[in-house]
Design a protein around this ligand. Sequence first.
Ligand SMILES: CC(C)(COP(=O)(O)OP(=O)(O)OC[C@H]1O[C@@H](n2cnc3c(N)ncnc32)[C@H](O)[C@@H]1OP(=O)(O)O)[C@@H](O)C(=O)NCCC(=O)NCCS
Length: 195
Amino acid sequence: MGDRESLGYGENSPGFVRWDDAGRSYNDAGEVVGFISPLACIGSPPEHRDFRWEMIDGNGVPFAKPLIHPTAIIEAFVTVDGGIYESTTIGARCFLMKHAHIGHDAILGKEVNVAPNAVVGGHCQLADQVKIGIGASIRPRVHIGKGAVIGAGAVVVRNVPAGAVWAGNPARDLHPKTDEDIWMEWWESWHLKDR
Ligand SMILES: CC(C)(COP(=O)(O)OP(=O)(O)OC[C@H]1O[C@@H](n2cnc3c(N)ncnc32)[C@H](O)[C@@H]1OP(=O)(O)O)[C@@H](O)C(=O)NCCC(=O)NCCS
């Protein structure tokens, strides 16, 4: 998995010890809490025109080290590029499946699933519990809201709201809200507010 020093250990990870040579991470009770496959490629230089080799320090580490939460699972052949402006960030309990690619400066919240062969472009932001289907492509700088699901093979070129299910090329909302849904949501929130 390359130079382990290239990984941010996550200051928000109390009890975390370290990754071992097999890529498993442990808490201080000795339990395995996460995994980075030795065949994953973490922290290689950002694929960005502004990248300069001077940004690499003496250990071959990109300027902005990726920040990987120790409870993340990162399978073989996943690539997580280093950041050019800020750390590419993989949150707690994320699951990156084989051949997924996470571009430079992307930020993944908690419990994000990225299925095999999906590509998350640079600077994308994926909120908690987002699911990206097999082979989907997310255009750089797109934001995907909490709990949204992106279908297999989708090409996402616009921001996706929380909870939505988008698929296709270009990806569209598969289950758009009807006027009645919007009315009911407003009605329920208005009642809840009153109590
Ligand atoms: C997007 C997805 C979540 C939609 O599931 P759903 O809400 O149950 O939707 P449905 O299967 O009822 O399909 C609704 C419509 O969208 C279409 N559709 C579904 N998935 C699609 C996709 N990925 N791309 C394009 N169209 C899709 C269906 O053909 C159907 O069209 P129709 O109404 O004209 O017949 C699902 O199909 C999908 O792609 N999941 C990703 C699975 C995956 O990659 N998992 C990773 C496992 S490792």
